[in-house]
Ligand binder design. Structure first.
Ligand SMILES: Cc1ncc(COP(=O)(O)O)c(C=O)c1O
Length: 404
């Protein structure tokens, strides 16, 4: 398969691969674990480190960088700046919402634990234990999240419903619309774990109709662990009382110093800013700012189209080779993740099917980076991948299938 055969040919995106030296070393299909860093991110991090090593950076510069990053994140998902809280990871964002909602006796939370990362399961089990919130679980169907069943499990006591925008395994895209509609009708908070989508899949919180969205930066955002963000819709955020509160979560006026305090009047910062806690991971933000610049330059709609096109080719190629692709022929359920094998079997580092373990070994021995999650071989792509990567993985698989 050649580049010109791709459904979507995008020269600028194809050329951006050159900014990722890791693509020369590996056939890197592992963004669902962790993305590659670009040379631009390395330069931004170096500049930040120099600023501290030589003592040149002042605090105002660092805080200004946080605000630029917040603006960039807001623009990425079509939110307003102060609907974004800067967090350290997905878990912090999810727990901020769990702790701030006004839970009442008899309230319930609806989710599908089988398709969630544990970090979006334990916050709700903890609420069950601490304050008796009823946990209502829904079973997946062939690796898919049954949105209609989820909506049907909700009632007027459902305070919150949560889903992954894309599951970490087998990596299908969740159909959010039926759940969003039920949330609107019932006044339920709709919280999504977008760890596996933001940066690769185009995300518009208005179009998706979600109230909260939590992300970390080391996957699709192509930056570091230890920095992430929480989107919270203004109409909800303004009604929420954060469980943790520090200076940056308080409104004192834009010009007030970071050590300013007014003990007579406690006013939360506007919207989601009230969830900001203490000083930021400035080094991580320096990386995110540079990475976001490139993502904006290419545009998430273009990135999504290009990456889906590659992923669909990979899925089709695997099916043509007779391998079991989770979810069957590619359709709207497949974005940038292709899972091969029988979903649900095995543990994290091995599959139940010894053939899949063998294929995994063969691919990794040949420089392909991928993961096994919940028993499937998980190939996950970003815009630094190209059709040669897809060809190479299919060719290695074809050779592996040949009788010895
Ligand atoms: C869907 C999903 N949620 C959450 C996480 C991680 O959560 P955190 O950023 O809190 O460590 C991951 C992967 O690391 C994930 O795939």
């Amino acid at each position: 398969m050649r580049e010109q055969d791709l459904d979507v040919v995008d020269r600028e995106i194809v050329e951006a691969r050159g900014l990722f030296p890791g693509t020369e070393r590996w056939t890197y299909m592992n963004v669902a674990f962790r993305g590659l860093l670009s040379t631009g991110v390395r330069a931004a991090v170096d500049a930040y480190v120099d600023g501290h090593m030589y003592g040149g950076w002042d605090k105002q510069q660092e805080l200004a960088m946080i605000e630029r990053t917040r603006e960039s994140l807001a623009r990425l998902i079509n939110a307003e700046n102060d609907e974004i809280a800067i967090t350290k990871n997905v878990s912090e964002g999810l727990n901020a919402i769990a702790a701030a909602l006004p839970w009442e006796p008899g309230d319930n939370v609806v989710f599908c634990p089988e398709l969630e990362h544990p970090n979006n399961v334990y916050p709700w089990l903890n609420l069950e234990r601490r304050i008796g919130v009823e946990v209502r679980t829904v079973e997946p169907e062939d690796g898919r999240l049954p949105s209609d069943k989820m909506a049907a499990a909700m009632d007027e006591h459902t305070r919150l419903v949560t889903v992954p925008t894309v599951s970490f395994s087998p990596g299908f895209i969740t159909d959010l619309a039926p759940i969003g509609q039920a949330c609107r009708e019932l006044g339920t908070f709709f919280l999504v774990d977008a760890a596996q989508s933001v940066g690769v899949e185009h995300t518009d919180v208005e179009a998706l109709d979600v109230d909260g969205l939590a992300v970390a930066s080391q996957k699709g955002l192509l930056a570091f662990y230890g920095t992430g963000f929480l989107y919270c819709r203004r109409s909800w955020a303004e009604r929420l009382q954060p469980a943790y509160l520090t200076r940056f979560g308080v409104a004192l006026g834009a010009d007030a110093h970071e050590t300013a305090m007014d003990r007579e009047k406690l006013e939360y910062a506007s919207a989601a800013r009230r969830f900001d806690l203490g000083n930021y991971n400035y080094l991580g933000a320096a990386a995110s700012e540079a990475s976001l610049r490139l993502i904006h330059q290419l545009g998430t709609k273009r990135i999504e189209r290009y990456v889906r096109s590659l992923a669909h080719r990979l899925a089709t190629g695997m099916l043509e080779l007779g391998l079991p692709v989770a979810g069957g022929p590619p359709g709207p359920h497949i974005g940038h993740i292709v899972a091969v094998g029988i979903s649900g079997g095995g543990r994290h580092y091995t599959a139940d099917d010894p053939r899949m373990n063998d294929l995994y070994r063969c691919l990794t021995d040949n420089g392909v980076k991928l993961s096994i999650r919940r028993g499937v071989l998980r190939f996950s792509l970003h815009f630094y991948n190209n059709s040669d990567d897809v060809d190479r993985v299919l060719e290695l698989t074809r050779r592996w299938l040949e009788p010895q």
